[in-house]
Structures are given as C-alpha cells and as structure tokens.
Design a protein around this ligand. Structure first.
Ligand SMILES: *Cc1c(COP(=O)(O)O)cnc(C)c1O
Ligand code: SF4
Length: 335
C-alpha cells in the first residue's frame, strides 16, 4: 500500500493544534472520564455556542473532576440554557459602536480592530458568545476601509487588535497589517488582546516574535489567563522571546465563580503571572451576557475578595478590578 506523503512543515504546529481541537461534546466527556449524565444538557448548550478546546489545553484538566477550574471554563452545561433577568445578548453595547465594519471607536485615543472572528477556544462566560462576527469582521478587503478610517482619525494613538482572537490570523497576514499601521504617523502603540498562546503556546512562533519586536510602534500583548494552571512551562518558555524583545506583557482575567473566586486562587494567579514575566492588568467583573449567570460572583463577595487580595499582594501584582458599562468611554472601577 502506498501512503500519501504529507508535506512536512507546510502547516505550522499551532494551526494543526487548532484543527484538531475537541469540538465534539461526547468525545470530550469521554476523554475526561466525566459522568455521561452531563451529556444531554452539554449537547443542548453546545448547539447554542459550540465546544472548542485544544487538546494540549484539555490535558491541564483533572480527569473525572467536574469542579476542575479549567473544565468549568470550557464545558457546556445546562445552566447556560437558563434565561436570567438582567443578562442580555450584547451587555457591553459593542453593536452600537461599530462605525466602519470591524472598527470600534469606543475608547478615547484608542481604536479597536476586530481582526478576526474566530477563537482557539470557546470560553463559556464569553461576552461575545452572541456577537455577529460575520457582519463586523475585518477580513482582507475590509482592512483597507479600516486603515483609511485610522489615517483620518488623528487623535488615535493606539490600535488594539481584538476579536475573536487576532492571533488566529497567520503571521503573514498580521505582519502585513502591522506594516501598514507602522507608517501612520499619529500611531504610537499596537496592542494585541489574545487567549490563543495560552491555550496553544506554539502560536508564539519565531516569525511572530520577529514582527512583534521589530518596527517603530511599541507593542503590548495582553493575555487572557484566569487560573494559574493555565501558566505552563511551555507558555513561559514561549514568551521569552517577546519579553526579551521589549514587548510589554500584561494579563486580564475575569472573576468567575468556581474558577478563581477565592483568595488563594487569585494570589497564586498573580504570583504565577509574574514568574512568567506578565503583569496583572485587569480583573473584570463578569459581563452579564445571557447564559453566563452561573459564573457571577455577588458584588459583596467580590468586594470582600478585592480587599483581602490587596492586603496580600504588592501593588504591582494587584490587578485593577473593573466593570464594563454600555456606552461609557472607559472601564469603570468595579466598586
Ligand atoms: C477594555 C478593553 C480594551 C480597552 O481598554 P483599556 O482600558 O485601554 O485597556 C480593549 N480591548 C478589550 C478586549 C477590552 O476589554
Ligand atoms: S478566547 Fe476570548 S473572545 Fe474567544 S471565546 Fe474566549 S473569552 Fe471569548
């Protein structure tokens, strides 16, 4: 029998990891030795917002432990199908601020570019789970329109690539975009918000390090890590090139019930971030998106945690506790 010979190295490792992520609820529950009784509700919730977990990230989950903090972030459950009062499809009002497709001019001096609609992982609490990416995505042809807008808006100093996950685009596409941004004189900084390297550290390719550490614009990488288990030796190693190349590494988390809503978890998270050369930036209160009510931590409890955490950490390891309000020009202090 003749085997087809696959071209080696054609597909970067990380794209292979993306393509082979768990997307089937049954397979995922079976792999983790979880109770099969979870399946009907999981299938129902996954029909609304699909399961997606890269295999390497799934390895961080303790087998047969329904309370695992990583598992809770990714497993569709029955509670997602409950309608809760005060929870809506677009809690932060993103749909109202899109001027040009894929461009959100919501923050003073900064402009948010939805660089890609897809993510490497589906986080169950995500405020964008109902976001109509297809309508606002800035794909190849739409970038020109976005760039024209940026060139005209001289008060913009920082471009924020967001999504979805901007790092789901190839290095070729991204470096091309960055090259076009570099020549716009009023821009000073380029910031990238991403969860991709957390779930697939191989995303931090040599090519990425090259375009991130070159050029005139100051680069900031804001990772999205909620629990210290997500900071693996592979992630730390993969970040070395960016750290040494002068990229500012920050983290944002979401306060999530059953994931990081206790003092120990939050202290360990900040400490582990610093070990990996990342500074804690934001701790977001949950955006009240329909289907995520089971992740919400009550305000009194959150305030109590915030106080205890401040008493346990040096100031530079204390994230800003913030909340997003629809229509406001900045995030607001949580309390
Ligand atoms: C809040 C936010 C921003 C911008 O806010 P900063 O206060 O400038 O950090 C950009 N992107 C995302 C995804 C955000 O949540
Ligand atoms: S990676 Fe970010 S945008 Fe994507 S599902 Fe998770 S929280 Fe939402």
């Amino acid at each position: 029998m003749i085997h087809r010979i696959e071209p080696v190295c054609q597909t970067p490792l990380w794209q292979h990891a993306l393509a082979t992520a768990f997307t089937d609820v049954d397979e995922f529950v079976d792999y983790l030795h979880l109770d099969k009784n979870l399946l009907p509700a999981a299938r129902q919730a996954a029909a609304q917002f699909g399961l997606k977990v890269p295999r390497e990230f799934a390895e961080l989950i303790n087998k047969a432990d329904p309370a695992d903090p990583i598992l809770r972030q990714v497993l569709p459950i029955g509670a997602e199908s409950l309608l809760s009062e005060g929870f809506s499809a677009d809690p932060v009002g993103d749909l109202k601020t899109a001027i040009v497709p894929g461009v959100l001019h919501k923050y003073q001096g900064r402009l948010l570019l939805i660089a890609s609609g897809s993510c490497a992982i589906h986080c169950r609490y995500c405020f964008r789970r109902h976001f109509p990416y297809q309508e606002t995505a800035t794909y190849r042809d739409k970038w020109q329109q976005a760039l024209a807008y940026i060139k005209d808006a001289k008060d913009i100093h920082e471009i924020i690539l967001s999504g979805g996950d901007p790092l789901s685009l190839s290095d070729g596409r991204l470096s091309q975009l960055v090259t076009q941004l570099e020549v716009i004189p009023h821009l000073k900084r380029l910031r990238i918000h991403t969860r991709l390297p957390v779930v697939i550290p191989a995303r931090l390719t040599a090519e990425l390090v090259k375009w991130m550490t070159a050029g005139r614009l100051k680069k900031i990488l804001v990772l999205h890590i909620n629990h210290r288990k997500e900071i693996t030796p592979e992630l730390t190693r993969s970040l070395t090139g960016l750290h040494q190349g002068g990229v500012t590494l920050l983290n944002q988390s979401v306060l999530l019930k059953g994931v990081n809503d206790n003092l120990t978890a939050l202290i360990e998270l900040s400490e582990a971030l610093f070990e990996a050369n990342i500074l804690p930036y934001y701790l977001h209160m949950l955006d009240r998106v329909q289907g995520s009510a089971h992740f919400e931590v009550a305000d009194e409890e959150a305030l109590r945690l915030e106080n205890s955490l401040r008493n346990n950490l040096p100031g530079y390891l204390m994230p800003k506790w913030v909340r997003e309000h629809a229509g406001m020009a900045a995030k607001q202090p949580a309390f």
